[in-house]
Design a protein around this ligand. Structure first.
Ligand SMILES: *Cc1c(COP(=O)(O)O)cnc(C)c1O
Length: 412
């Protein structure tokens, strides 16, 4: 047979070679150089974020955001059960614990369950910002005794710092509801927009706003399979420019004086390199075209599978214009377990079609089995019924029809 339709491969039809070669010829290959700032400008312009800091990976972006949230030892961070594990690992890098939340039918975090969790399993407490107990009866001096509320998980008494919301496969989470909950329960919001660069709300309070620019922080990834790639790379945004400034500072070794090597904090080597950024600048030029192609191919798949009764493409949320990064096929009949899904993936592989099941649920993975998980149900359902279809921007109509036919033939 010989043919293979890959799941998702990068597309370098633009100025990639030119810019990368240029960076090499200039000798600027490391964590300084004009391509880095250019990429940051392009990203800010495109997303509408005030400022963007480029970094080594989406994982680094998420780690930087969590640090800025103040998540530390003993704290809790609410995370999705159905996601890529890189959205969760940074919680542990901060010696905090994740607590797992279910998804809604968009595969993103369920705001109804999130509300119920905050309402029933947690309580707001008050503390003085100066660290003294709010119940402390000592008379207060001028300006002293400023208080802040924070959310506590009643079962363990741990403080919940933040919620990490993932825009899964380019689908946008219900940010209106989630931002309201976060405000009511004093949670900081980290948007994991690593899969959703370019997804935008078209209706409601956030009409015109892009994934990653609504919460306190937004993280992007430019890994090889994302909608644009820098090989490896990422970027982070923050609603508060001071916080972004600080993120930039700790991502570049927290250097306070370039000449005398003065450092006042523990920094990280998380800055993106100019070589990566050169690739990224070329990719940004093509991003609108990539999204056009992905949108078109999504519609074509939908047409090919219209009268098929065994499954359907997962719809994207109404009131949004997604980036159509991944196409999830939700299987209705015949596929009810992980084994069924794996069998199907292998059969399609033999037919020359590369697909992937959705991720294994994170609260079931070894490092996280002892963590709290709140009523995970829909994530379990979807994790047993979804395969993702080939979605590269180079996908031809002929290949796409071949994929649809192969699925129909195998799932008879
Ligand atoms: C890709 C991805 C990440 C991590 O990005 P890297 O650049 O690979 O570190 C984090 N979260 C989600 C949901 C992802 O898909």
């Amino acid at each position: 047979m010989g043919r293979l339709v890959p799941l998702s491969i990068p597309n370098f039809e633009g100025n990639e070679e030119k810019y990368v070669l240029d960076a090499v010829k200039q000798g600027w290959v490391s964590t300084g150089g004009a391509y880095i700032t250019r990429l940051e400008e392009l990203l800010a312009e495109y997303t509408g974020a005030k400022r963007v800091a480029a970094c080594q990976s989406g994982t680094a972006a998420l780690h930087l955001a969590l640090m800025e949230c103040g998540a530390g030892p003993g704290d809790l961070v609410i995370v999705p059960a159905l996601t890529f594990i890189a959205a969760v690992n940074p919680v542990r890098y901060q010696f905090a614990d994740p607590i797992f939340m279910d998804c809604d039918d968009s595969l993103c975090m369920d705001p109804v369950k999130l509300t119920r969790f905050c309402e029933e399993a947690c309580e707001l407490r008050t503390a003085r910002k100066d660290g003294r107990s709010a119940k402390d009866s000592q008379p207060l001096g001028e300006g002293a005794g400023e208080t802040e509320e924070y959310l506590v998980y009643k079962k363990t008494g741990q403080r919940i710092r933040a919620v990490v919301v993932v825009h899964v496969f380019g689908n946008l989470a219900d940010m209106e509801a989630i931002m309201d909950i976060a405000a009511a329960y004093r949670l900081r919001v980290v948007e994991d927009a690593t899969e959703a660069l370019g997804s935008v709300y078209t209706e409601g309070r956030y009409a015109g706003r892009m994934a990653g620019t609504i919460g306190d922080f937004g993280a992007y990834s430019f890994n090889g399979n994302k909608i644009i790639t820098t090989g490896g790379g990422g970027a982070v945004t923050a609603a508060d420019p001071k916080e972004l400034e600080h993120i930039h500072y700790i991502s570049t070794q927290a250097k306070d004086d370039p000449l005398f090597y003065l450092h006042n904090e523990t920094g990280y080597n998380y800055r993106m390199t100019n070589l990566q950024a050169a690739l990224g600048v070329a990719q940004m030029e093509e991003l609108p075209e990539f999204i056009r192609r992905k949108a078109r191919n999504y519609q074509l798949y939908k047409e090919c599978l219209r009268d098929w009764e065994k499954g359907e493409l997962l719809p994207f949320r109404e009131g949004t214009k997604p980036n159509y990064w991944f196409y999830s096929l939700v299987l209705k009949e015949g596929v009810q377990s992980q084994e069924d899904v794996y069998r199907l993936v292998l059969q399609l592989q033999e037919a020359g079609v590369q697909t992937r099941p959705v991720w294994g649920l994170i609260h079931e993975q070894k490092p996280y089995q002892s963590c709290a998980a709140y009523e995970i149900e829909r994530a379990v359902y979807y994790s047993r019924r979804i395969i993702n279809l080939p979605c590269s921007t180079q996908l031809t109509e002929e290949e796409l029809e071949y994929v649809a036919e192969a699925i129909k033939k195998i799932c008879k």
